[in-house]
Write a protein of this length. Structure first.
Ligand SMILES: *[C@@H]1O[C@H](CO)[C@@H](O)[C@H](O)[C@H]1NC(C)=O
Ligand SMILES: *[C@@H]1O[C@H](CO)[C@@H](O)[C@H](O)[C@H]1NC(C)=O
Ligand SMILES: *[C@@H]1O[C@H](CO)[C@@H](O)[C@H](O)[C@H]1NC(C)=O
Ligand SMILES: *[C@@H]1O[C@H](CO)[C@@H](O)[C@H](O)[C@H]1NC(C)=O
Ligand SMILES: *[C@@H]1O[C@H](CO)[C@@H](O)[C@H](O)[C@H]1NC(C)=O
Ligand SMILES: *[C@@H]1O[C@H](CO)[C@@H](O)[C@H](O)[C@H]1NC(C)=O
Ligand SMILES: *[C@@H]1O[C@H](CO)[C@@H](O)[C@H](O)[C@H]1NC(C)=O
Ligand SMILES: *[C@@H]1O[C@H](CO)[C@@H](O)[C@H](O)[C@H]1NC(C)=O
Ligand SMILES: *[C@@H]1O[C@H](CO)[C@@H](O)[C@H](O)[C@H]1NC(C)=O
Length: 340
């Protein structure tokens, strides 16, 4: 049961957050999530291996609207170390509103269990593909340790600790149609394994994981020393470029969507996990986004369970609870009991 919780903010009406103390919670809620807006997809990537002429062009603005938009789109799931993943699950429900007992149950649509090495509907990808001067490294299938490259889809091994700065991602096992404007996965790099992320307006992602303290020494070679994170991206972003050197090489900068579920923001607050929306809802500074002013404590010595729910009413709730289970169906009451 989550006893220490907070409704952090309403994303359409940014409140006077600075007046409130930064505190620890086991649940963080956002309300009114979803708006009508636009973003620009990548139309063309040219000369991607040429240092001086590598460039990208964007399409005209495309509109989105509705509950949870633009995060109602397909999302890929991203992990940064120090982190060990023992379970992952993705659920959908036809209609679920937090605290409303007339909601519908959740059905598991994807699953990964490290200890039994079983999975369904997941593909582990990582940035171990070919490097492009304007796009960065291409996605590849991840090898068993999450960061090496593999020639075919490979399950993450059971003892799968990744260190600071190391990353991998999870997509569904549904292959993308051909790359192209207006196609299901948009325009994407032709040298990647291309899969859909996880779609739907009403969706839930659950995780069982550890975020142990980094054992290597800090140095300037780390970008994110001891700053683990689990986050969601509009799946178009990693299929073109997660870390481009030109904003037109991904739809991120025009606001196609990122949500950080559990993220350490800096070395000073290395044991605080914040949640952040990086969309243009209610804010003009996309990089800062709308961040919770409360945080969920990072337990560095034991396993954490929790995740995020995007409900049918525009509530987004991130939570950590030892009562989290990963069954193939989760009842309304079992989920609502996490929020009493
Ligand atoms: C995708 O996962 C589902 C669920 O486990 C499975 O039934 C299906 O065969 C998989 N498809 C591919 C192409 O691997
Ligand atoms: C781009 O070209 C310059 C000059 O030839 C070289 O120093 C640099 O390493 C190149 N960068 C990449 C990413 O290839
Ligand atoms: C991960 O596996 C790859 C081979 O797929 C290997 O080259 C790499 O060194 C491994 N990384 C670590 C941190 O062990
Ligand atoms: C796998 O995930 C995709 C993306 O959300 C979904 O469309 C598909 O129905 C899922 N497959 C199964 C077997 O649940
Ligand atoms: C991105 O594309 C727009 C319009 O297509 C262009 O005006 C702008 O200069 C480009 N930005 C960069 C950084 O290349
Ligand atoms: C660390 O991140 C938190 C949350 O974003 C922020 O409140 C705090 O000011 C940051 N501290 C430093 C030293 O940047
Ligand atoms: C690691 O070092 C960087 C500077 O290189 C510093 O900004 C950061 O706060 C340090 N992290 C920790 C956890 O000490
Ligand atoms: C969850 O269980 C672990 C033991 O597995 C315990 O150390 C931790 O304190 C529990 N967390 C909460 C929030 O109750
Ligand atoms: C759910 O109900 C609990 C207990 O009444 C309340 O504290 C919480 O804010 C509600 N959550 C939402 C998202 O409405």
């Amino acid at each position: 049961m989550l006893t220490n919780s907070i409704a952090v903010l309403s994303v359409t009406a940014l409140m006077a957050q600075s007046a409130m103390a930064v505190n620890a919670y086991d649940k963080i809620s956002f309300a009114n999530v979803g708006f009508a807006g636009t973003f620009q997809s990548v139309k063309k990537m040219s000369n991607i291996y040429d240092n001086s002429t590598c460039k990208c062009e964007v399409e005209d603005r495309q509109w989105f609207s509705g509950t949870n938009a633009p995060l109602a789109d397909y999302l890929s799931v991203h992990f940064r170390g120090p982190l060990t993943l023992s379970k992952f699950a993705f659920y959908t429900s036809p209609q679920f509103v937090i605290n409303d007992s007339s909601s519908s149950d959740w059905t598991r649509g994807a699953y990964y269990d490290a200890s039994s090495q079983t999975s369904s509907n997941v593909t582990f990808l990582t940035k171990a593909g070919k490097n492009s001067p304007c796009l960065g490294n291409a996605l590849s299938y991840a090898s068993t340790n999450g960061t090496g490259s593999a020639s075919a889809a490979t399950l993450l091994e059971s003892d799968n600790l990744i260190s600071s700065d190391q990353e991998y991602s999870i997509f569904s096992n549904v292959s993308c149609p051909k790359s192209g404007t207006g196609k299901g996965c948009g325009v994407y790099r032709d040298d990647i394994p291309a899969y859909y992320g996880f779609g739907g307006t009403t969706k839930m992602f659950l995780f069982e994981f550890e975020m142990p303290v980094e054992t290597q020494k800090n140095s300037s070679s780390f970008e994110y020393y001891d700053m683990p994170a689990i986050w969601l991206l509009n799946d178009h972003i990693p299929r073109t470029s997660q870390y481009p050197n030109n904003a037109n090489c991904s739809c991120w900068a025009s606001g196609c969507g990122e949500f950080d579920i559990f993220e350490v923001m800096n070395g000073t607050e290395r044991n605080h996990l914040y949640s952040t929306f990086h969309t243009f809802q209610g804010i003009e500074d996309l990089g800062t986004g709308i961040q919770s002013y409360g945080y969920i404590p990072r337990d560095t010595s034991s396993t954490m369970r929790g995740g995020v729910i995007f409900d049918s009413n525009g509530n987004t709730v991130t939570f950590v609870s030892n009562s989290t289970t990963f069954d193939d169906s989760l009842t309304v009451s079992s989920i609502n009991s996490l929020f009493i």
